[in-house]
Write a protein of this length. Structure first.
Lengths: 115, 111
């Protein structure tokens, strides 16, 4: 149980375009989903926390207009990187936790490369 | 806010030896401490966790200890195997759901 999928697994896009990444909880209802960014050989940096049906809470320094998060259902959250630039290239990972649980289960990640 | 420090950053051991990774946290309200294993290019996987009402937890070759007074917790891996080679992250949470991660430890187990 507690499987989280992420799509796509990798994406290459041109500078200035937008990219949408999906995160799904496959076998449980994810009341909370988290989006992280991870640079090579570094730790996971929390970008935002999203609860189903409400606006995401962004961490300090993360631009909400640049990284749009939607958590429309208990099994799906999306992260849209708008007007992507090369410095946005990174490994983006989502995680999800169920009701009354602080255990987070991670998706496989999406490697974004912006040319 | 919470700050989690992790040591060492790299650890090399011979197969069969034990490995210990240590983390300290700053927020005394933290009460949940998971450990994740991440292989190159893959997702972090939860390997063990401990809550503040327990001092030690063990699962086969893996154990975690927690010292609330000193605000530190440790991961112990015994009888290490080459497949234990990965990056290990500790994390802490204080009922906000938000996990604050340590900087990671790259463990290499040599056969």
């Amino acid at each position: 149980g507690a499987v989280v999928s992420q799509h796509p697994s990798w994406v290459i896009c041109k500078s200035g375009t937008s990219v949408k990444i999906e995160c799904r909880s496959l076998d449980f209802q994810a009341t909370t989903m988290f989006w992280y960014r991870q640079f090579p050989k570094q730790s996971l940096m929390l970008m935002a926390t999203s609860n189903e049906g409400s606006k995401a809470t962004y961490e300090q320094g993360v631009e909400k207009d640049k990284f749009l998060i939607n958590h429309a259902s208990l099994t799906l959250s999306t992260l849209t990187v708008t007007s992507a630039h090369p410095e946005d290239s990174s490994f983006y990972i989502c995680s999800a936790s169920g009701p009354n649980s602080d255990t987070q289960y991670f998706g496989p990640g999406t490697r974004l490369t912006v040319l | 806010g919470e700050n989690v420090e992790q040591h060492p950053s790299t650890l090399s051991v011979q197969e069969g030896d034990s490995a210990v990774i240590k983390c300290t946290y700053s927020d005394s309200a933290s009460n949940y401490f998971p450990w994740y294993k991440q292989e190159l290019g893959k997702r972090p996987q939860l390997i063990i966790d401990i809550r503040s009402n327990v001092g030690e937890k063990k699962d086969q070759r893996i154990a975690v200890t927690l010292n609330k007074t000193a605000k530190h917790f440790s991961l112990h891996i015994t009888e290490t195997q080459p497949e234990d080679s990965a990056v290990y992250f500790c994390a802490a949470s204080n009922n906000t759901d938000k996990l604050i991660f340590g900087t990671g430890t790259r463990l290499q187990v040599f056969p």
